[in-house]
Ligand binder design. Structure first.
Ligand SMILES: Cc1cc2nc3c(=O)[nH]c(=O)nc-3n(C[C@H](O)[C@H](O)[C@H](O)COP(=O)(O)O)c2cc1C
Length: 402
């Protein structure tokens, strides 16, 4: 209406009102109500209303002409909003409010009301033009959305609390301490991607001189992955007790979780058993990236790989897990890692991830174990153009001391 006011500044006041009525009549099909009040008459009454106003409020024109527009207000109309209009009219400035109004039949509607003053040539306000627009649906939709939002926020905070509990529970399946042994040093770098992830590892003492090192990756993230992680970790723990064959342990773990994993989900594992007295290393690779054997004395880095499929997806008679052995010597390091490392390197050097990882480690063959794990973690991260891991990262290593 401000534009309209500009157009009509140069015509007489009487012409202005007639002009506005013409425009309002022309918009009779419109959904907006348009009214004009006359400040020269007692209580600033309505002297014109269009058909849109009749449709919106249910009042016919002859019922309301000569009355102040406040008859649209009712018991739940906010007094502060009424006061805002009152002050704007008193100061002679435009105003725009959302106000609760009542139709003739008593039904309520939300009115987006704008009121604009019209001045005569001397600058005195002689009329106000009011435009009413029904925003009930808009307002109700917004309120419904706000209510839904509040429910969602509550749900989210409850979920976060539950996730936190799950994360703490998941932490509990990881070994609390690294084994202290004069024969070897153990290092771990474990960085789950989300609050709870699908990677886990375990270190078990099987006999006085034998230790088992497991690294595993369960498909997916979040709560479902966490549940599968619990299941796989428990199955492994039960299978590993007292068993010195890595392939037997993985085979047994597979049998325990096969048919229990929800459709299409599985775990990959690499399991190694090291006897500190005989220095014999036995290992089984099950759908997992190969482990690395670093031999500083020979300046060599090799992979430890065997035959073996994913865990939890095929029945026992359909899979066979191989077993490899190697005799280690003091200074040797074995590193187990999850595919976040190899995939990250593979992003830069497609198809050459293991070669590049071996090359990187060969250049650091004498670096202390924990530093080496850190270096590998950062090297793989840098290989990834996004400089961001999209998966949990686990690196588990041990070094033969004597
Ligand atoms: C042109 C014009 C249109 C108005 N339209 C409405 C309206 O649609 N709904 C409403 O609640 N008040 C409307 N008002 C506001 C009331 O008429 C009145 O100014 C307001 O209640 C504050 O004054 P009061 O304290 O004297 O009631 C309009 C006022 C003017 C001048």
């Amino acid at each position: 209406m401000a534009i309209l006011a500009d157009i009509i500044t140069n015509i007489s006041h009487k012409e202005q009102v007639e002009f506005l009525k013409l425009i309002a009549d022309a918009t009779n099909e419109a959904t907006e109500g348009i009214v004009i009040s006359d400040t020269g008459l007692p209580d600033n009454p309505i002297i014109y209303a269009n058909e849109g106003f009749e449709r919106l409020t249910g009042y016919s024109r002859h019922e309301i002409l000569g009355k102040n527009c406040r008859f649209l207000q009712g018991k739940d109309t906010d007094p502060n909003t009424i006061n805002e209009i009152r002050q704007a009219i008193r100061r002679g400035v435009p105003c725009k409010v959302d106000i609760l109004n009542y139709r003739k039949d008593g039904s309520r509607f939300w009115n987006r009301l704008s009121i604009t003053p019209l001045r005569d040539k001397s600058g005195t306000i002689v009329n106000f033009v009011g435009v009413q627009f029904d925003i009930t649906e808009l307002k109700e939709t917004r309120e419904r959305l706000e209510r839904a939002n509040a429910v969602l926020e509550k749900f989210q905070s409850e979920m976060n609390a539950e996730l936190e509990q799950a994360r703490r529970a998941q932490e509990a399946i990881l070994p609390p301490n690294k084994p202290q042994s004069e024969y070897m040093e153990v290092g771990v770098k474990f960085v789950p991607l989300s609050q709870i992830g699908g990677d886990f590892y375990d270190i078990v003492q099987i006999t006085e001189y034998s230790y088992g090192f497991l690294i595993a990756d369960v498909t997916g993230h979040g709560i479902p992955a966490a549940l599968l992680t619990f299941m796989s970790a428990t199955a492994f723990k039960n299978s590993a007790v007292g068993v010195l064959s890595t392939s037997d342990v993985i085979e047994d773990t597979n049998m325990r979780i096969f048919n229990k994993m929800p459709g299409g989900t599985f775990a990959t594992m690499f399991y190694a058993i090291y006897n500190v007295l005989t220095r014999e290393l036995t290992y089984t690779q099950a759908g997992h990236p190969p482990a690395l054997l670093i031999r500083p004395r020979q300046q060599k880095v090799t992979t430890l790989a065997t035959k073996g499929s994913l865990v939890g997806i095929f029945s026992g008679d359909m899979v066979q897990y191989g077993e490899g052995t190697s005799i280690l010597e003091p200074g040797d390091v074995v590193i187990l890692y999850t595919d976040a490392i190899s995939e990250s390197i593979g992003r830069r050097y497609e198809g050459q991830d293991i070669e590049k990882l071996i090359e990187f480690i060969r250049q650091r063959i004498n670096v202390p174990l924990n530093d080496l794990l850190e270096d590998v973690y950062h090297y793989a991260l840098e290989c990834n153009a996004k400089q961001l891991y999209e998966d949990d990262v686990t690196l588990l290593g041990f070094k033969i001391l004597k």
